[in-house]
Design a protein around this ligand. Sequence first.
Ligand code: TXA
Ligand code: MG
Length: 320
Amino acid sequence: MSIISKDIQQAIHILTNEELVAIPTETVYGLAGNIFSEKAINCIFSTKKRPFFNPLIVHLPSVDALNNVVTHIPPKAKLLAEAFWPGSMTLVLPKNNKIPDLITAGKETVAVRIPNHPVTLELLKNLPFPLAAPSANPFGSISPTKPEHVEDYFKNDIKMVLDGGSCSNGIESTIIGFENDEPIIYRLGALAIEDIEDVVGEISIKNKKEESPDAPGMLSKHYAPKTQTFLVDNITEEVKKHQGKKIGVLVFHTSINDDSITEIILSKKSSFQEAASNLYNAMHELDHLHLDVIIAERFPLQGLGKSINDRLQRATFSDS
Ligand code: TXA
Ligand code: MG
């Protein structure tokens, strides 16, 4: 029997019982548990096979709830919250002493976000506790953007995937931390940098593992299909190098017109937003075809193209 269901009351019941429910958000599905339940949080780490040094994001129903979890909100964090919440932005702020160390991996900061999905907002508003929710995939694998992706990964481990349809943004939230009250991007994500800079001015990026070794979303290999994957500027050239193999290609907007190859076009109308929302589903689909290689086309380095390249780069076997 399928574990996918639209029943919010059932989700409330399971979460109140200190067990896990996969929840929809506009970015990716999350594997959610009560932040105050040691049992639930331990279960998140063991189900995902996630190392304990990798802290979790706390999901809140409203900006008011922020005062219950953090001790300081820099002025630019307030501006960002007003501009982008509910939405695909996570802020890393100084935590108060109610937040368990297990959530933050012992750090003095906590990552928080108000997701913009009607089903999960309703769920959060009806729970007396916030939800910790990492992406609902085994550590290192492709994040889920449809309820079926989560069911494939965890049907034997969790009781329920709360069905909210396909995720409209399709890649994880942009994570922003603060140093001396100035914002810094820790993870590129579903918000375009240009839109963030419109609100707070020029912003620097520290998303390399050398710069933040303790933020594993920045591991150079992550979000990865099982199939060997390459990220290239010239698809046709790369295809020639793999002649005789079973090849899948992932292109932005233009077909390579080769019938012998499985091809997914991410956005025929050249929209970064549409490409981002299709990206992980396309990777899941190609990964299920038992191909020898997946070849992905590098995106233009502007807007969400930067975030898409970041994910494609981490999906590859190369370490550059
Ligand atoms: O869109 C998203 O953010 C999704 C949905 C479910 O909300 N969640 C998500 O969670 O992507 P996860 O656990 O896969 O990625 C969370 C990232 C990790 O890279 C973690 O290292 C970083 O957030 N993080 C969490 N707390 C942090 C902190 N206190 N300081 C720095 N990085 C932190
Ligand atoms: Mg993740």
